[in-house]
Design a protein around this ligand. Structure first.
Ligand code: SDX
Length: 430
């Protein structure tokens, strides 16, 4: 029988049948609206809370195969990128679509290096936070505040105007992150050093004290560079969706990116690495793991750092990070929690409860222990996630702005509230 790329839908309420084309493994939700019971009927909607089975866009940036544990940026496997490139190369790839030549990389590096400073008033703005303000709250607010320093960013319909804002954000997020870190330490801000690499300069702004010139530890600089590569983008995750939805109103990218960072802050998303450390600390010893597992199975706790909406296999980033942990611990002090983490992972990978739910370690399970070994307080972990993901959010944003199929995001709803009713005078209420 000849096959056709279409669905034939019979509406049993009316006996009518409809032909709905299938393309790219999907149907257009708008093709359901023709299915109506009469002229008064608005037509069928598709209902998909949290978009578990809804494609919101076409995209060329990142490809994930959750069953096979595959992650590609612009077609390049994450394993190769982590081994053979640097974060700024990957940032160029994700934003421009191709790996840079040496000349292109040199120019990109020069441009990023010369946009790392922020307006001096940003310091005054940050000084207004309490000494114990969460650095992610400071990061989100300060990125949003940058929109007031660059009002020209409101005009972002064409690529040329966007490129300058993208460059500013990629270059300045490490500075904002480092300033937030120094603020909570009560230390003076350390200014960018143009002689250092993107990550080397970030370490300089974080950890420089009285030395005239900060010299980053090469193994730590490389470890953080790889962690930035692994966190750069991840297709339509919660925060990328926020970036696209906010950006679809044509607001400036600083305001949209602040919203994306706010989404990342949540413990189910980028806040998970902070939650993993708190979970391991609360378990406290290998002896208490069985009790914790019982709590998780009883729904009293979540195994933070495990599970993923897309990966139903081992998160490929977690594999790379787990291998990296030993290299970092060789030049720092191993996290005292690593033993608990490894025993917890071993149990979870063998336990039917987790296996049946396809709960494997995700990118956040081991990254927190590396950040801790590098000397970061847990509060900095989501900020360390937001720095590289700024590149991914901007790539998703610019793709959305150039996509002729996109317009302002405005989902429908299934109304379940009251039918019309009349206002009752105050004296008759209650
Ligand atoms: C990131 O989307 C991305 O790409 C995100 C990210 C990125 O790079 O942008 O990869 C980064 O956010 C990684 C995820 C970090 N979050 C965590 O580690 C928090 C713990 N994980 C979960 O909360 C959960 O797994 C999610 C939020 C990550 C995914 O949730 P889903 O896809 O909505 O799955 P679900 O909540 O419907 O869970 C399915 C089942 C449920 O059990 P039942 O109700 O069917 O009995 O698995 C259970 C859940 O209760 N479950 C867990 C669990 N995660 C899911 N049970 C215990 N511990 C967990 N961690």
């Amino acid at each position: 029988m000849a096959t056709k790329d279409s669905l034939t839908i019979v509406d049993n309420r009316t006996g009518k049948s409809y032909e709905v084309p299938i393309s790219d493994g999907s149907i257009k939700a708008m093709d359901l609206r023709q299915i109506r019971t009469g002229p008064e009927d608005f037509g069928l909607l598709s209902y998909d809370p949290a978009f578990t089975n809804t494609a919101s866009t076409r995209s060329k940036v990142t490809f994930i195969d959750g069953d096979k544990g595959i992650l590609w940026y612009r077609g390049y496997p994450i394993e190769q990128l982590a081994e053979k490139t640097t974060f700024l190369e990957v940032a160029y790839l994700i934003l421009q679509g191709e790996l840079p030549t040496q000349k292109q990389l040199d120019e990109w590096t020069w441009q990023v290096t010369h946009h790392t400073w922020v307006h001096e008033n940003v310091k005054k703005f940050m000084d207004g936070f309490h000494h114990d303000a969460h650095p992610m709250g400071m990061f989100i607010s300060t990125v949003a505040a940058l929109s007031t320093f660059y009002p020209d960013a409101k005009v972002n319909a064409d690529k040329g105007r966007r490129d300058l804002q993208i460059l500013r954000l990629v270059a300045k997020v490490p500075t904002i992150a480092a300033f937030a870190f120094r603020h909570i330490l009560g230390q003076a801000y350390a200014y960018p050093d143009n002689d250092l690499s993107y990550v080397g300069n970030f370490l300089n702004m974080l950890f420089k004290t009285t030395e005239l010139k900060y010299k980053p530890e090469p193994a730590i600089e490389r470890a953080l560079d790889v962690l930035f590569i692994l966190h750069a983008d991840h297709e339509q995750n919660c925060s990328a969706n926020a970036m696209r939805a906010i950006g679809s109103s044509e607001v400036d990218p600083y305001s949209a990116l602040a919203g994306a960072a706010a989404a990342l802050y949540g413990p189910l998303h980028g806040g998970a690495n902070e939650a993993v450390l708190r979970m391991l600390r609360s378990i406290g010893s290998n002896a208490r793991i069985p009790e914790f597992i019982r709590q998780v199975k009883g729904g009293e706790a979540k195994l933070m750092g495990f599970g993923h909406r897309v990966y139903k296999n081992y998160d490929p980033r977690a594999k790379i990070i787990k291998k990296m942990a030993d290299e970092v611990f060789a030049v720092t002090r191993p996290s005292p929690l690593i033993g608990i983490a490894r025993e917890l992972e071993k149990i979870a990978l063998e336990d039917e409860y987790f296996v049946s739910r396809k709960l494997y370690p995700n990118v956040d399970f081991y990254s927190g222990m590396i950040y801790e070994a590098l000397g970061f307080p847990v509060e900095m972990f989501p900020v360390l996630f937001a720095i590289p993901r700024t590149t991914g959010w901007l790539a998703q944003w610019q793709e959305m702005r150039d996509d002729p199929e996109q317009k302002i995001a405005r989902p429908r709803q299934l109304y379940t509230g009251y039918t019309q009713r009349d206002v009752v005078p105050m004296g008759k209420r209650g």
